[in-house]
Write a protein that binds this ligand. Structure first.
Ligand SMILES: *Cc1c(COP(=O)(O)O)cnc(C)c1O
Length: 489
């Protein structure tokens, strides 16, 4: 029989993928049922040796029975995002279909950055960007790409590796608008940025990368919920102008990371339009509410923004990473990066669209497939229903916890993020979290809000119910009384 060159590396694919499917199905079922520990944090050195990494790296052989054994161990040390007690970071408990999208693109390795390197992948990305543009209320890009493409008015976007990169890209575009000379002369020294007092740290990082130091970050006043106070915008803005600075952008949260509160976008947008300031909305977590009839009002005024970032890997049941950077006017995005590489950019017959000139990255995975596969499996109605459920659960949990005498919530939630604490100091909250993680019964984070440490629940698993949270509250009480009693002796 004719031996296909290179076949040996693909030979066990069909049987191995069955092993993978079986292991993952078990993992998913055990996670959803809540019977296994949500987290099992053994020491790094133990995991390296238990998984026999050294042996496999040197000798190979991770196939068949070995693969099955390896996967069982690997999964036993893995955090279970589908578990009802997973209340941790804002990473999706992915729909299985989205994982298939990742597998398919990972297998064929078609790169959507350059159309000829992945016409199908690139087309799906183009479609997904348009789907998002429509949800925002911005004009979709034409699918018949003619020579007048660059002069027409419509929105634009690109998928990138995470909200942090998306924020950096957005601010780079905003900078190009006020200082188009940067690529020739470098960044002017008087550039500044307006950020809310609570914003994701990736924005400060992005500002720093663009040469805008802390002294040129003007912080916007926020109310008790942590939302920007529109009436106080002129004060900060005037101070910036008096200092002789030029603002590249004003950013707002939709929603904030720590407590999930939406800024009043409409009023902020009107201020930005009046003062000709680029309005950037960080919707990494909360922009997904745009697909819910019930909750899209939280982003009222979003259509007046200049740019938006939107992570599908948070609320759209999509695995990491799949983040969108979107702009109302594609021209700023298309002109932002003027660099050219002769092997990539040249006159060619172009039946499609190259995304490469819109990104910091060169090679990128097909990120759109992950979102498209879940979207196509359950439809946008299915995703909207998931979001509605998670947002409702946060309300139900708030109503429950806020009525308990020994607990408090700093704000009523507006998304699927809820902060609360048992009466006691910051140390007590940290100790409670540590103990729950060590026993592996619940996994959640903590956050500082108004200078106090709170326990922070993010409802990501589709299987979490109010009953699970009631059990958590009882467990917290038990731990708290054991902490308090050990303090006495
Ligand atoms: C999660 C988050 C980010 C960062 O996104 P990554 O995809 O984790 O890089 C930025 N902004 C907000 C508001 C977020 O919630």
């Amino acid at each position: 029989m004719l031996q296909i060159k290179g076949e040996n590396i693909y030979m066990p694919f069909e049987s191995d993928i069955q092993i993978v499917t079986k292991s993952l199905t078990e993992f998913k079922n055990d996670s959803l049922s809540g019977e296994k520990q949500v987290i099992n944090q053994k020491k790094l050195q133990n995991i390296i040796s238990d998984l026999d990494l050294e042996n496999y790296a040197v000798n190979g052989g991770l196939t068949g029975k070995s693969l099955e054994l390896f996967l069982n161990k690997y999964l036993s040390y893995s955090t279970r995002l589908h578990h009802p007690a997973y209340l941790g970071h804002q990473c999706a408990a992915p729909h299985y279909a989205s994982a298939l999208g990742a597998l398919v693109n990972g297998f064929i390795n078609n790169v959507p950055s350059v159309y000829e390197m992945g016409p199908a992948s690139s087309s799906i990305e183009y479609f997904i960007i348009n789907w998002m543009l429509e949800k925002i209320g911005w004009k979709k890009a034409p699918v018949d790409i003619n020579s007048d493409y660059h002069d027409l008015d419509f929105g634009g976007g690109v998928l990138v590796d995470g909200g942090s990169v998306a924020n950096l890209t957005a601010l780079t575009i905003a900078r190009s608008k006020v200082a188009p000379e940067v690529w020739e002369k470098g960044s002017p020294s008087n550039l500044a940025i307006l950020l809310p007092r609570v914003s994701h740290y990736s924005l400060e990082k992005a500002a720093g990368i663009l040469g805008i130091g802390k002294e040129s970050i003007y912080l916007l006043e926020i109310d008790r919920k942590g939302a920007i106070i529109p009436g106080k915008l002129p004060e900060v803005y005037n101070r910036l102008i008096d200092d002789g600075k030029i603002p590249i952008a004003l950013a707002a949260n939709a929603c904030s990371t720590a407590v999930g509160i939406y800024d009043p976008l409409e009023e902020i947008a009107d201020f930005c339009i009046e003062n000709k300031v680029w309005f950037h909305v960080d919707g990494a977590h909360g922009a997904s509410a745009l697909i819910s009839e019930k909750h899209k009002g939280l982003l009222k005024g979003i259509e007046k923004a200049d740019s938006l970032i939107w992570d599908a890997h948070k609320l759209l049941q999509t695995p990491s990473l799949c983040a969108a950077l979107l702009v109302r006017d594609h021209k700023y995005l298309d002109k932002c990066f003027p660099q050219e590489a002769s092997y990539l950019f040249h006159e060619k017959v172009q039946p499609g669209f190259d995304f490469i000139h819109r990104t910091i990255e060169t090679t990128r995975a097909g990120l759109a497939e992950k979102l498209f596969f879940v979207l196509a499996a359950i439809g946008e109605k299915g995703l909207a229903k998931f979001i509605n459920n998670q947002y409702q659960l946060a309300q139900d949990v708030y109503n429950y916890i806020n009525n308990l005498n020994d607990f408090e919530c700093p704000v009523r939630p507006e998304s699927n993020i809820l902060c609360f604490k048992i009466h006691g100091d910051d140390k007590t909250q940290m100790e409670i979290r540590n103990r729950l993680i060590i026993e592996g019964s619940y996994y959640f984070t903590t956050a500082k809000f108004n200078n106090e440490r709170f326990l922070r629940l993010v409802f990501m698993s589709p299987n979490t119910t109010l009953q699970h949270i009631k059990k958590l509250i009882s467990r917290i009480r038990e731990i708290n009384s054991s902490i308090t009693s050990t303090k006495f002796f």
